[in-house]
Design a binder for this molecule. Structure first.
Ligand code: TXE
Length: 485
């Protein structure tokens, strides 16, 4: 696939493309071929300074003066421009991240949908009037936070960026974006799209670079007003500490170890299909991956047989060929995932299939889907996020045990229950510690559904109307009126 329509590879600051003050660049790779795709400007404190200043200035420019319905119209225009460029965006994402083309297309549609959804919300964000009796008027005003920072990971680069950027802009904020150094290209293309759509300078700014340089400079910048971070728990802790130094609110979307609870009365074919989907989508590189299967003992053998057959049949190859699973994002990610596999084996989990690279692919960061059976709840593979196509299967005897195992991890992002028993489904939906619970499905994940973690999966809610609360602050106005006469 040729690299037509490559976006500019500088930083996008104040409506202009600029190179780094240092002149330094870094390479972004195609994980399917291990070839360099592009050289991108490597930013740091100097570029973050400029970007934050441009975003602050834009708050008092035309963008800041615009009525909410105009913000909404602009977001709608962005949604249309993303749709018009959908093919290019999806190709870039596939080349940069490795994911299958049809998955990239779905994520681009999702990105357009975020702007469409929040376009409709922009002029419906109301304060309230609080009754305090005669001669007093009390009301709230919902104001933008100001300059919002968005530190974005590499697993769904454009989609995750749109998830926080669209509600931040719908509420009148401006933004400084730091894409992942592994996958910067679609954020740069989005900046180009904003410019094409006539965006005022400084409303969005993109600074490329490494986490410890550009990312740390942004999280620690005293003139940002809000920080959205999606990534690892470890880095989340670091950015939260940096934001704490200057007392700024954060939204943290971190990892997961999400369980699928499969009861004996479940539709087994459905549960197997959803389990395969939950771990193979994006090669398991999803915070919401369904990486723990909890299966009622009586159906375990039948379940494993069906599951292993489905996993073994997955087509693996370069994303441009639109397989079921592409490569992992990097050599580092392959070594992280294989490290988890080695620990699982050393602790006595039984590898049913996978665990190595596919023999038909000689280059690229590919790994076969991997299934572990006989996993005990306290094993490493049942507790730690792998972020790869590795599924661990644990059995349970009854509902109480299933619930106990499901909740006994440090994460709490998603959980799913497969059963025909409506009482059990609803009982568990209320008792599972997770930000989202699915019943007889996994991964619908529509843009309207509030999404976020409990426990070490983070806090704050993105998606749905809930996200609008994250990007506004409430001001209360109290008025005492003189009585008549
Ligand atoms: O993530 P990082 P990595 C998990 C997953 C994966 C692990 C490591 O388990 O195996 O994290 O991936 C920026 N100050 N997830 O190392 O470091 C970085 O440049 C400010 C879960 O790639 O969290 C990138 O833009 N920023 C996940 C972003 O943080 C810093 C998605 C994410 O990188 C920084 C990705 C610093 N000191 C990985 N250091 C999810 N929840 O979806 C790095 N960054």
């Amino acid at each position: 696939m040729e690299l037509a329509n490559m976006p500019p590879t500088g930083h996008f600051i104040g409506g202009k493309w600029v190179e780094s003050a240092s002149g330094q660049q870094f390479e972004t790779m195609n994980p399917a071929t291990e070839e360099v795709l592009a050289k991108v400007a490597r930013g740091g404190m100097a570029e973050v300074e400029q970007a934050v200043a441009a975003a602050r200035q834009a708050l008092s420019g035309p963008w800041g003066m615009m009525p909410p319905k105009e913000h909404g119209r602009f977001l709608h225009t962005i949604s249309q421009h993303i749709t018009a460029h959908a093919g290019e965006l999806a190709r870039l994402e596939t080349l940069d991240n490795g994911k299958p083309l049809s998955l990239a297309e779905e994520e681009v549609r999702g990105a357009a949908r975020y702007f469409e959804y929040y376009a409709g919300a922009a002029d419906k964000i109301h304060g309230e009037q609080i009754p305090l009796g005669p001669n007093r008027l009390n009301f709230t005003v919902r104001e933008p936070m100001g300059v919002t920072a968005h530190i974005v990971p590499w697993n769904k680069p454009l989609n995750i960026l749109a998830r926080s950027l669209a509600p931040a802009l719908a509420t009148g904020n401006t933004a400084v974006i730091k894409p992942s150094e592994l996958t910067p290209l679609t954020a740069l293309k989005l900046a180009e799209i904003f410019a094409e759509a006539g965006c005022a300078p400084g409303v969005i700014n993109v600074v490329n670079g490494f986490g410890e340089e550009a990312g740390a400079a942004l999280a620690g910048h005293t003139a940002i007003d809000h920080l959205t971070f999606t990534g690892s728990v470890q880095t989340g802790r670091t950015v939260m500490k940096a934001a704490a130094e200057h007392i700024k609110p954060v939204v943290l979307e971190l990892g997961g170890k999400s369980p699928l609870l499969v009861f004996a009365d479940a539709d087994l074919d459905l549960a197997v299909a959803e389990a395969v989907n939950g771990i193979s989508t994006n090669c398991g590189q999803m915070c919401s991956a369904g990486s723990r299967l909890l299966v009622e003992s009586s159906i375990k053998e039948a379940f494993v047989a069906k599951l292993a057959a489905r996993l073994a049949a997955l087509r693996i190859g370069p994303g441009v060929d639109d397989p079921d699973m592409g490569p992992l994002v990097s050599a580092v990610q392959v070594s992280r995932v294989t490290g988890h596999i080695e620990i699982a084996q050393s602790e006595g989990a039984r590898m049913v299939l996978g665990g190595k690279r596919p023999s038909h692919l000689s280059r690229g960061y590919f790994l076969l889907p991997t299934l572990f059976d006989g996993v005990l709840p306290d094993m490493h593979i049942a507790q730690e996020e792998v972020f790869g196509p590795v599924l661990s299967l644990t059995t349970f005897a009854d509902e109480a045990e299933a619930l106990r195992i499901a909740n006994d991890v440090k994460y709490g992002l998603i959980a799913a229950v497969f059963t025909q028993n409506i009482d059990r489904a609803l009982r568990l939906a209320l008792r599972l510690q997770a930000g989202q619970v699915f019943v007889n499905e996994y991964y619908t994940g529509d843009e309207e559904m509030p999404f976020g973690g409990t426990k070490q999966s983070g806090f704050g809610r993105l998606k749905g109307l809930a996200a609008l609360d994250e990007y506004t602050q409430v001001k209360n106005v109290a008025v005492r009126m003189k009585g008549e006469g």
